[in-house]
Design a protein around this ligand. Structure first.
Ligand SMILES: Nc1ncnc2c1ncn2[C@@H]1O[C@H](COP(=O)(O)OP(=O)(O)OP(=O)(O)O)[C@@H](O)[C@H]1O
Length: 310
């Protein structure tokens, strides 16, 4: 069973095509990061999976059934981007209300509130909650009924760094118990260790998807080596220049170290030759991060007018 499978899915609002030919799949026990600029089509993708709208092209299955079917929807947890609750009710009352709507076990209510760190505030009115507390309540709502598929739209908005780390830890526990999770965000710093796979959407099309290694291969971005010379910087620079078969690397000296940007395929031949030259005392290797890869695929020109990485 897959959590969802989109094949060649397209969607249009009136005349504007906002998703085109998207192939995307999520398996149980997997965390997928769905990234893209403002207006890329992340929320539209989620709404299609929830069955709130129908694709205009392609096919879509959710939990091996049809999107929108009530038997499917009851196994989906969803945290929308802008979560709103009735302010006069307490966290416990609100969660109990959602539990009834979802036919979830009411005993889950205090358990979930404790799990998201609201144990001391469950009987306070929501109007007294901070933004981060409302976000946690939203997460507890999404976790009602032990969903098989959990979709979170910007779940870290309003959370402080400790609460963000707690959220990611909780997602891992759910993932390990078999829940498929989609994490929709443009907050990339810190998310890298917690996702199994990333999908990058730009202008309604899937530009890249895979785990970090696969994305690095697709992006073919340079790897940065920070080299500490045994002798002088200039003889180390010469040693780099003399490496045969290595496409001319970009070099820059930074406080008595040499920064060398090299194509991934040239990394090992260059390092092997430099080790043999005896010119290198120490080396640091910096691979492109998820943020670097994201910017590579969406294009830095796009960042300026789309709002970019926040
Ligand atoms: N109800 C609507 N009617 C017309 N166009 C819409 C509607 N909702 C969204 N769009 C358009 O569809 C495109 C995709 O929007 P979507 O909300 O899926 O993007 P997103 O990636 O979730 O963006 P953000 O990160 O800003 O939330 C955008 O161009 C948006 O303007």
């Amino acid at each position: 069973m897959s959590c969802f499978c989109l094949e060649n899915v397209s969607y249009r609002y009136d005349k504007a095509t906002v998703l085109q030919g998207v192939d995307l799949r999520l398996e149980p026990g997997e965390i997928l990061g769905l990234f893209g600029h403002n207006g890329a089509g992340k929320t539209t993708t989620i709404k299609l999976i929830l069955g709130l709208m129908q694709p205009v092209g392609g096919s879509l299955s959710v939990l091996d059934g049809s999107a929108g079917d009530s038997q499917v929807t009851r196994h989906i947890g969803y945290l929308p981007e802008n979560v709103m609750f009735y302010p006069q009710l307490t966290g416990r009352e609100i969660l109990a209300h959602f539990a009834r709507l979802k036919s979830a076990d009411l005993r889950q209510v205090p358990e979930l509130l404790t799990q998201v760190g609201l144990d001391d505030a469950m009987d306070a009115r929501v109007k007294t909650y901070s933004k981060g507390m409302r976000q946690r309540l939203g997460l507890a709502q999404a976790l009602l009924g032990k969903p098989k598929l959990l979709m979170l739209d910007e779940p870290t908005v309003g959370l402080d760094p400790v609460a963000t780390a707690d959220l990611y830890r909780l997602l891992r526990i759910l993932r390990d118990s078999g829940t498929g999770i989609v994490l929709c965000s443009h907050v990339l710093p810190g998310v890298e260790p917690y996702i199994d796979r990333a999908a990058i959407l730009t202008d309604g099309a899937l530009r890249a998807s895979g785990n970090l290694e696969a994305l690095r291969r697709q992006a073919n971005m340079p790897v940065t080596l920070m080299l500490e010379p045994t002798g002088s910087l200039s003889s180390l620079e010469n040693a780099v220049r003399q490496c045969n078969g290595v496409t001319r690397p970009v070099m820059k000296s930074i406080s008595n170290r040499l920064q060398v940007d090299v194509r991934p395929a040239d990394k090992m031949p260059l390092l092997t030759a430099l080790m043999a030259s005896g010119e290198v005392a120490d080396v640091g290797i910096h691979q492109p991060t998820l943020e670097d890869i994201y910017v590579h695929f969406i294009g830095s020109g796009g960042l300026a007018h789309r709002g970019g990485v926040q």
